[in-house]
Design a protein around this ligand. Structure first.
Ligand code: OGA
Ligand code: NI
Length: 340
């Protein structure tokens, strides 16, 4: 527990040396906020939304949504809940804390042995499975007392929004209804906490990565999320109560390369704690679900780009590669074994 950044970093004036990134792994140059990342109003006309979402997925692999049906109050309550959670006294978080990698509900930090890192990230994370709620909520934190009830409601609402967006992407791609059912069975959340850092340019919140799943929905309170586009890191504007939607590796494969998956990372602030509440939809990592390019999207002008593979094998491989990854490796490297 002493290892959680949120437990020891309050008021520190210097970064401990095992959190100082070597120069090549620091943030470097970036465009602070990229105003071109599409912001899509989900109350617009449906065919217009489908067009905008598809264009965003082809150009960026990321977009933001507003008027998405999850209420402002619910989103604000969630941020307040996690502020309270991370500020709870140590003994109230012991039940979910773990220094070992494990399945199920876990509070952990980067500075733990299993991560096999030489340098740690300035971040703590609470993660847990979400769906079906009745099955998983008993494992969620007991405190704050309202946790289970509030998060259960959030899970239901974000899920509705998520499947509506998936439906529209499917429609834009010309896939049959329900195409994504099997590859979106797993619904989980990660809540990342990035405490204020005395020297944000020397440390890192979360390194550049592509999400391994199908699609991700992120709620953030402060600046820090950046995406890599055409070799340039660009900030995603924190819009109050919007969701950032980004595509993971599986979407790139299923769309036969038509949609981008976006590499992204998280920077730190010097004066405020940043929280991101992240919802992941994807295949169940325990099951041998077959992932492959949709047959509808393989044509003579767009030949098949990837072999079929089993998701549990992909994930095992992804984790090994993530641990061994050297900075500067190419975007999309985890798909290399499956390229045709
Ligand atoms: C993630 C992620 C970014 C953020 O959890 O996969 O990319 O801003 N988080 O916390
Ligand atoms: Ni991510």
């Amino acid at each position: 527990m002493a290892k959680l950044v949120s437990s020891w970093s309050n008021g520190v004036k210097f970064i401990p040396k095992d959190y100082v990134m070597p120069p090549e792994r620091r943030a470097g140059d970036y465009i602070t906020v990229c105003k071109e990342i599409p912001v899509i109003n989900l109350e617009d006309d449906r065919s217009e939304i489908v067009r905008q979402i598809l264009k965003a997925c082809q150009e960026f692999g990321v977009f933001q949504v507003i008027n998405h049906g999850v209420s402002d109050k619910m989103m604000e309550d969630m941020m307040a809940l996690y502020d309270e959670f991370f500020n709870l006294p140590v003994e109230d978080k012991l039940g979910v804390y773990s220094e070992k990698l494990r399945k199920g509900c876990t509070l952990y930090t980067s500075g733990l042995e299993y991560a096999k890192e030489d340098v740690h990230y300035w971040k703590d994370t609470l993660k847990h499975p979400c769906h079906p709620v009745e099955e998983h909520s008993p494992s969620w934190p007991d405190k704050p007392y309202r946790y289970k009830e509030e998060v259960a409601r959030y899970v239901v609402e974000v899920r509705k929004m998520g499947f509506k967006i998936l439906d529209m992407i499917g429609e834009g791609l010309g896939l049959r209804e329900g195409y994504f059912n099997e590859v979106s069975q797993e619904h989980s959340m990660a809540i990342n906490r990035y405490p204020p850092c005395p020297n944000p340019s020397l440390a890192m919140g979360i390194a550049g990565h592509n999400d391994p799943n199908l699609i991700t929905f992120l709620q953030q309170d402060h600046y820090g999320l950046q995406i890599l586009k055409d070799g340039i890191w660009m900030g995603v504007e924190p819009i109050p109560n919007a969701f950032v939607v980004n595509l993971g590796y599986q979407f790139h494969v299923i769309s036969n390369g038509k949609l981008k998956c976006v590499e992204h990372r998280g920077l730190l602030n010097s004066s405020v704690s940043r929280t991101s509440i992240v919802t992941f939809l994807g295949p169940n990592p325990e099951l041998p679900t077959v992932v492959e390019p949709a047959k509808e999207l393989v044509t003579s002008s767009n030949p098949r780009m990837f072999k079929s593979y089993r998701y549990n094998e992909f994930i095992a491989n992804y984790l090994v590669m993530a641990y061994n990854r050297k900075s500067g490796s190419r975007n999309g490297y985890a798909l290399d074994p499956y390229r045709l």
